[in-house]
Design a protein around this ligand. Structure first.
Ligand SMILES: O=P(O)(O)O[C@H]1O[C@H](CO)[C@@H](O)[C@H]1O
Length: 294
């Protein structure tokens, strides 16, 4: 990114964006800032070839493209600021690849955040939705990050997804929100992932709502599938950055600027929610219930 303020090297800056994902790790003792090139070098897919590396750069405005190591509420974390999307042209398994890298680094918990459009009419712009479940539309067409030969070192061929979003982590997040006085804009619901980059038509949006979706976006679900495959515990938090247009009389149009603007306005609240939640997380080994869920 060209914005020098965005490049400010502290771990809290890593949390002010809406499109980060944050992974708790036990084994990283390093507090430093590196760029996304390190991630690519660590990739098992050989993305460290300089020619490939040029192709694999984050291309979404507002996504900083940084990998940040540090301590969050006293816990060792690695934060990825910005992510790969399929609409940038990458295979879905490549988009989810950083999750496997974090797993190899020793991370046991994935906290994934995103920006989404609200489908549930009870929601408002600026609400924060704890993700309870997902509708992974690329998966219906066979585009699953686990497609292909299964590498048993990461996990089994077939995995359950009925417990994808950890119930205890969701409860912790609600508690953290309550402590912060965030209840009035906290929600829980089902996140739908579409391929993008075009936003939904009105007919598509209505279908998503009919199918039980509360919010929709163009990311996250494939990352969660890969995290569950390798036994990571998952918490998903979605910021409702805009309300999806559901009516033919509506003149308002979906746009990325509104998404970024709401992200800026609610950035601090998202940050404090994640910080408070991380503070309360226990290592899975210390907690029978959590270990069982992994
Ligand atoms: O899901 P994240 O990466 O937060 O970004 C969301 O915002 C962008 C659209 O404005 C899309 O990339 C959508 O998925």
């Amino acid at each position: 990114t060209s914005d020098s303020k965005e490049n400010k090297p502290d771990s809290s800056a890593a949390l002010t964006e809406t499109s980060d994902f944050i992974v708790g790790s036990r084994e990283i003792h390093l507090i430093s800032i590196v760029d996304v090139d390190l991630l690519l070098k660590l990739s098992p897919n050989g993305l460290n070839n300089p020619q490939w590396r040029r192709l694999y750069t984050l291309q979404v405005p507002g996504h900083a493209g940084r990998l940040v190591f540090g301590l969050l509420s006293g816990k060792e974390v690695v934060c990825m600021q910005g992510r790969f999307h399929t609409y940038e042209g990458y295979p879905i398994s490549t988009c989810a690849m950083p999750v496997r890298v974090f797993h190899l680094m020793g991370a046991h918990t994935l906290i994934v955040t995103n920006a989404s459009g609200g489908l549930n009419p009870a929601f408002n712009v600026g609400d924060i939705m704890i993700i309870k479940d997902q509708l992974y539309f690329p998966g219906f067409a066979g585009d699953n990050p686990l497609r292909g030969i299964n590498d048993e070192r990461f996990g089994p061929r077939f995995i359950a997804m009925s417990n994808a979003y950890d119930a205890k982590m969701r409860k912790l997040t609600h508690q953290a929100a309550k402590e912060l006085g965030h209840e009035k804009f906290m929600r829980e619901g089902v996140y739908c992932m579409l391929g993008g980059p075009s936003f939904e038509t009105i007919a598509e949006a209505r279908m998503l709502r009919l199918l039980g979706g509360d919010a929709c976006g163009m990311s996250t679900c494939h990352e969660v599938i890969v995290a569950r495959h390798c036994g990571m515990r998952v918490l998903g938090i979605s910021l409702i950055t805009n309300m999806v247009v559901m009516d033919y009389d509506e003149v308002r149009l979906a746009n990325h600027e509104e998404v970024l603007e709401t992200g800026r306005k609610r950035g601090r609240d998202m940050q404090s929610l994640v910080l408070n939640t991380v503070q309360q997380i226990e290592d899975p080994e210390d907690d029978d219930e959590l270990s069982a869920a992994v």
